[in-house]
Write a protein that binds this ligand. Structure first.
Ligand code: MEV
Length: 439
């Protein structure tokens, strides 16, 4: 295999990085132009945020309309590339509103979680006793020192608790859980600092040897609950949505897709607000598996015209720290939402997640997912096929006809449609497209 030597790449200037990659044949002069064009921010944040940066990966940025959460209209910003997400969320939010229903969301707990590992305990019982009896004193110690700034802001370390886990070799492992109210920050750094600071203290008190100090993304101590209710729903539709929900509650294969749909919305808001969506993804999926069976995040039930959805999930976000205050789009997103609090951001994420889920279930139980997805996808295919502005409407029309007939559409059909359109234009007839292939 050819070796690609990129030693010292991070020390190079942006221009030198482009030269290096061009020499290696990894990018062309055209690619360099594209990368240079991708930076439209006043300040080159990429250099500050990551190593080896080349430029930016622009993503569509838009808003979900018609969301009304806790009796207040909220415009929800999203950064997302998947075609139908914003359209489906807006349409479904409008449906909830017009049915006379509501969306109610509430952050019900708000502590981050850290872990200190003690790989092999010599005396598990003593370890548990010492951690329990020292918890209050250690909380005070942290809040006087390592978490003092947070404590002064109204947060800080809250509790230390021991866990004992059986390893596969039969030995016992100790884990100390630290809960921290991180106020308006997601708090990864401060939680890790608290854990690292406390390892030596706990080692000394317990005479056990510690190892890993790291936050946990399974933040069942930081939960947001949301309820979506629709009124006057037709019985057949309501029951079908309930059945679709039971499918996801029962079968992990369906649950994964159901939950992916929920995260379509949540991740898009997290990206738009500069939050760590990987952390939330990890937390959400492990949370649904907490009883040893991966299941649906959401639950929908229908009764006498009323369709009710519920969901409780861990959402660990910040409105300060990380890139949240540095990235101008993250700031713009918070401004559009009209808030700067973590509580509100959690409520918005949970609400839009459950609304997105409802939109998917409604489509799946009625027209099917193809219609909503593919209609918008036609635009993408038309662009991917290389259609110019004047050609695009004709190609789209042809693809819509194919979709209607065959229920599917592909890039090769878009390319074929484009060549036909070009041929007709060339022949001087840009009129309607008559023949539709049967495949
Ligand atoms: C596609 O991105 C998301 C869905 O598959 C979600 C679902 O099936 O519930 C439509």
């Amino acid at each position: 295999m050819d070796e690609i030597d990129l030693k010292g790449f991070s020390k190079l200037s942006r221009k030198e990085r482009f030269q290096k990659l061009t020499q290696l044949g990894l990018i062309s002069k055209e690619d360099v132009k594209l990368l240079l064009k991708s930076n439209f921010l006043d300040k080159d944040l990429a250099e500050d945020f990551i190593e080896n940066s080349l430029g930016y990966f622009p993503m569509p940025f838009g808003i979900v309309t018609h969301m009304n959460i806790n009796s207040k209209d909220v415009v929800v910003p999203m950064a997302v590339e998947e075609t139908s997400i914003i359209a489906a969320a807006s349409k479904t939010a409008k449906w909830v509103k017009s049915s006379g229903g509501y969306i109610r969301a509430n952050r019900i707990s708000k502590e981050g979680l850290g872990q200190i590992q003690f790989p092999v305990l010599t005396n598990a019982e003593t370890f548990v006793g010492i951690v329990n009896s020292n918890s209050a004193q250690w909380v005070e110690l942290c809040n006087d020192s390592v978490s003092n700034t947070l404590f002064k802001r109204g947060g800080g370390v809250k509790n230390f608790s021991p866990r004992v886990l059986k390893r596969e070799d039969g030995k016992l492992m100790g884990v100390v859980h630290v809960t921290v109210d991180t106020c308006e920050a997601m708090g990864a750094n401060i939680i890790n600092q608290v854990c690292e600071f406390m390892r030596a203290v706990i080692e000394e008190a317990t005479a056990e040897t510690g190892s890993l100090c790291i936050l946990s993304n399974l933040v069942d101590t930081n939960l947001t609950k949301v309820e979506v209710v629709l009124e006057n729903i037709e019985k057949t539709l309501g029951e079908k949505i309930e059945e679709a929900s039971i499918f996801a509650e029962t079968d992990p294969y369906r649950a994964a897709t159901n939950n992916k749909g929920i995260m379509n919305a949540i991740d898009s808001v997290l990206i738009a607000t500069g939050n760590d969506w990987r952390a939330v993804e990890a937390g959400v999926h492990s949370f649904t598996n907490k009883d040893g069976k991966y299941t649906s995040l959401s639950k929908w039930r229908y009764k006498e015209g009323k369709l009710k959805g519920e969901m409780t999930l861990p959402i660990s976000v910040g409105t300060v720290g990380g890139v949240t205050r540095l990235h101008p789009f993250a700031q713009l997103s918070m401004k559009i939402m009209g808030t700067d609090t973590v509580d509100k951001l959690c409520e918005v994420c949970a609400s839009v997640g459950l609304v997105q889920n409802l939109g998917a279930l409604r489509a799946l139980t009625t027209v099917g997912i193809i219609e909503g997805h593919m209609k918008l996808h036609i635009k993408n295919l038309t662009l991917s096929a290389g259609a110019k502005e004047t050609e695009a409407p004709l190609v789209q029309k042809k693809l819509e006809e194919i979709l209607k007939l065959t229920k599917r559409i592909s890039l090769s059909q878009a390319i074929e449609a484009l060549s036909e359109v070009r041929l007709r234009i060339k022949e001087g007839s840009s009129g309607g497209v008559k023949d539709v292939p049967s495949k």
